[in-house]
Design a protein around this ligand. Sequence first.
Ligand code: FE
Length: 202
Amino acid sequence: MTENQDHRHEIDSQSPEARTEALEDLLVEKGLIDRARIDSLIERFEHDLGPMIGARLIAKAWLEPDFRDRLVADTDQVLQEENVSGAEIEHVEVKANEPGVHNVVVCTLCSCYPWALLGLPPAWYKSPEYRARVVREPRKVLEEMGLPLEADTEIRVWDSSSETRFLVLPERPVGSEHMEIEELTELVTRDSMIGVAKAQAP
Ligand code: FE
């Protein structure tokens, strides 16, 4: 399979809903999947998953330097140890922000995204505009999204694929030094883990 075929999610004027339903019917008919399993998967994405899974990892990384180092060095291993599994995180790399370096994630070809860590991707992440522009003019796009960065901050743009998904490790906000993991987790927004925002200030 070529990379292009691998990424082809949006190729038709027919609505995604209609296409998804047709595909689901076909897979059920062929006995490849059963409908109850699909329903339970959707249920899981809507209710149980979401950015809290990723946020908790980030908060733990803020609290434990050793965990942080391992999370950055070998994300897959840490996810396994933490019993985090699920869709679209077969191989994940964590990119840590630091003073003078800011990371941001895109999928230029479609919408590859670490679902099991962040839940469903936001609509703007899938938009052709974001996908094209954040590579070309990341500083401008981030500023438009409410994240003005210093002129001397280096911006690293990571292009996701079906092989590699990325998660940004935002900097721990000033004023959060006294906080425990539960409170810290609430400061880690989905957008901060995509890299279009900072973690919330306490
Ligand atoms: Fe993609």
